[in-house]
Design a protein around this ligand. Structure first.
Ligand SMILES: [Zn+2]
Length: 658
């Protein structure tokens, strides 16, 4: 793999003016890396950043997610023998990290408002006694006056600010409570502060340095160029997107896939649609039951289901190396957001695709929401982001290059060979093969489009779909994955905390025969080897004796059939929604589709007679293309669901008479 690093500015070894050096002179960073993390080498930039913090210097790090950011502050924390305070915006993320550290034998804790007062006082007591190497706090918690008092009683080594771009209103995820972090310098004049972010433009980086009042900080900026990713942006004509999505998903033979949908309703519709097409998929969004969300995420992490369809709520803190494609079904709000989400693909360094299947109406929708922003300055920034992302998708210059330039980096090359502009569209995105649900298109434009596409097909030279060469016995991999799932359930942790996919594959390749050989597997430090080594040897022995993974996937029934069956059993829409773990609107959407296609008969009890008549009347007057004008024209007690059902009935009747 080519080096990811273009520059590492500032000299890590020249010390800042008044700080205390953290590291005892005898500490051996490599020995600790080996012992706790199970790695024998640092990844690019990691060692310099660790040295900088160990040297007690303020530090600012911009490193793509998956580059190994957390180790950069965890290792100095371990070395210090004191406590690093980590500020992070997401409770789930903090808990994951603390749990992973516990797995490695490094004492760490989280302090947040979801804990009982008993738990909080327990953590506080231990923190004051200096028992933790890392303590995670949310920015809200830090803003409390009593937290500052508390921190004065803890032997703090340094502060690490994660997702530091949240401090800048020029960033894409500005969080006002991050502004409170400027009090750190005021209250703790002598302690080093380190800021970490995965995506920050020059302007945002400048804001981070100023707001946090970093003093002569060491700055490390990894390159934004991820050469193993192929960026493809394809504008979809009306009704074309579902079929292109199916084409794309069918073309990836192996590995996990993330599909980002703009709304919860679209997430659920997409999952149902994919299942109808025989592609198992799992949903993830912010309004799901917490437990269900956890289960879904876990099933995807453990490769039980390859395709996860989520809103942008999905992905923060997700550490899965083998994602082969990230597919967006709408325009993101900014390049930063896109870079961060698409960047979840290919963290193992193998080829992976980032497909942006956008539609003209996305732009309209973004513009609509920006128009509603009341704060004038914020509105202006949102417009800037909007114009930038539109330029990006409509641009005729290399997409890799555009991204680098956006983040203030000037690549020496002009063409990447790994984006649709430089190498043409992949074949599976040329034309939308028919699926059960594609709508009829206006003929002229569709023909023109496909002629244009087949012409560019001939010009494209790039080899098709990246399928990583697999040198791993798939039976053994499956067997070990099943073992890992079982262990994770017993230990009540996520599968990847038992071991990452890359470690699992390495075990399949090397088939270690002793604990010593397991220690040689990347990711197996002392603690992990001690905890799981013996069991892994046992599992390998069982496999050698012929044991195999039991059949895994329960065959899910088709959502349409399932819904028809439940209706037949007399369940209400709400009951069906609950039974299928869906929103009522999604269930009604599915039913309306079936009615429209003539596969299900409209039932009079679904919509009261008077409402039905008034909806039909409104449809005759206003047409049926958009729901909103109909909803606005009708009495408030007529719901969108009512309207969708009646439209489906009308369309079905039109078709039959046509
Ligand atoms: Zn390119």
């Amino acid at each position: 793999m080519p080096s990811n690093i273009l520059r590492a500015s500032a000299d890590a070894f020249s010390r800042g003016p008044s700080y205390t050096v953290l590291m005892p002179p005898e500490a051996d960073l490599f020995a600790l890396l080996r012992r706790y993390w199970g790695y024998s080498t640092f990844r690019p930039l990691q060692e310099k950043i660790v040295q900088s913090l160990v040297g007690g210097r303020d530090t600012c790090v911009v490193m793509p997610t998956g580059g190994g950011k957390s180790l950069c502050y965890q290792l100095p924390a371990l070395v210090s023998g004191k406590t690093a305070i980590v500020i992070s915006p997401l409770i789930a993320l903090m808990q994951d990290q603390a749990a992973q550290l516990a797995q490695m034998g490094i004492p760490a804790a989280v302090l947040n408002s979801t804990q009982t007062s008993g738990e909080q006082s327990d953590v506080t007591k231990k923190a004051c006694a200096g028992e933790y190497r890392l303590l995670y706090l949310s920015p809200e918690r830090l803003a409390r006056q009593d937290t500052i008092t508390l921190l004065r009683r803890i032997p703090v080594a340094f502060f690490a600010i994660d997702e530091a771009h949240c401090i800048s209103e020029w960033g894409h995820e500005f969080r006002p409570e991050y502004r409170q972090l400027s009090s750190l310098r005021v209250n703790f004049r002598d302690l080093p502060i380190a800021a970490f972010t995965a995506s920050a433009t020059r302007r945002v980086r400048h804001d981070i340095l100023t707001q946090l009042q970093l003093r002569d900080p060491a700055k490390y900026i990894a390159s934004f160029h991820r050469a193993n990713l192929r960026y493809v942006a394809r504008r979809c004509e009306y009704g074309e997107q579902p079929a292109l999505l199916v084409n794309a998903l069918r073309s990836y033979a192996d590995g996990a896939i993330i599909v980002y949908a703009p709304t919860i309703a679209r997430v659920e519709e997409t999952v149902d649609f994919l299942e109808e097409q025989g592609i198992p998929a799992i949903a993830y969004h912010g309004q799901m039951e917490k437990e269900q969300r956890r289960i879904n995420q876990e099933r995807w992490m453990a490769d039980e289901v390859r395709v996860l369809v989520g809103t942008i709520a999905f992905g923060l803190g997700i550490n899965k190396a083998t994602v082969r494609a990230v597919i967006h079904l709408s325009l993101p709000q900014s390049i930063e957001q896109y870079y961060q989400e698409a960047g979840r693909a290919g963290r193992d360094g193998l080829p992976a695709d980032c497909l942006l299947l956008w539609q003209k109406r996305d732009a309209g929708l973004l513009a609509y929401f920006i128009d509603k922003i009341t704060d004038a300055a914020e509105k202006e920034r949102a417009w800037q982001r909007y114009h930038t992302i539109r330029r990006f998708v409509e641009s005729a210059s290399c997409r890799h290059r555009e991204i680098c330039v956006h983040f203030g980096e000037t690549p020496k090359w002009t063409s990447c060979n790994a984006c649709d502009v430089c190498s043409g569209l992949p074949a599976f995105l040329f034309t939308a093969a028919p699926t059960g649900r594609t709508r009829r298109r206006r003929k002229g434009s569709a023909d023109a489009r496909s002629a244009q596409l087949s012409a560019s097909a001939q010009l494209s030279a790039r080899v098709e779909t990246p399928v990583p060469a697999s040198d791993v016995d798939s039976d053994l991999r499956e067997y070990l994955r099943e073992w890992r799932r079982r262990v994770a359930q017993q230990d009540k942790i996520a599968s990847f905390m038992v071991m990452h996919d890359s470690s699992l594959d390495e075990i399949c390749r090397r088939r270690p025969a002793s604990l010593d050989e397991i220690r040689g597997i990347p990711g197996f430090g002392e603690k992990k080897t001690e905890r799981y080594g013996q069991q892994i040897l046992q599992a390998l022995a069982e496999f050698k004796n012929g044991a195999r993974a039991s059949a895994l996937l329960e065959v899910k029934s088709n959502p349409a059939e399932e819904t028809i069956r439940l209706l037949g059993e007399g369940h209400s829409f709400l009951e069906i929604a609950n039974l299928r773990g869906r929103h009522v609107s999604s269930v009604v959407g599915l039913i309306a589709n079936l009615v429209e296609k003539g596969e299900l008969e409209f039932q009079p009890e679904w919509v009261e007679e008077a409402k039905l008549a008034s909806i039909e009347e409104a449809c005759a007057k206003l047409g049926m293309r958009a729901l909103k004008p109909l909803k606005d024209a009708l009495p408030p007690d007529v719901t969108y669901e009512d309207i969708r059902l009646v439209i489906a009935r009308l369309r079905c009747a039109h078709r039959q008479t046509a």
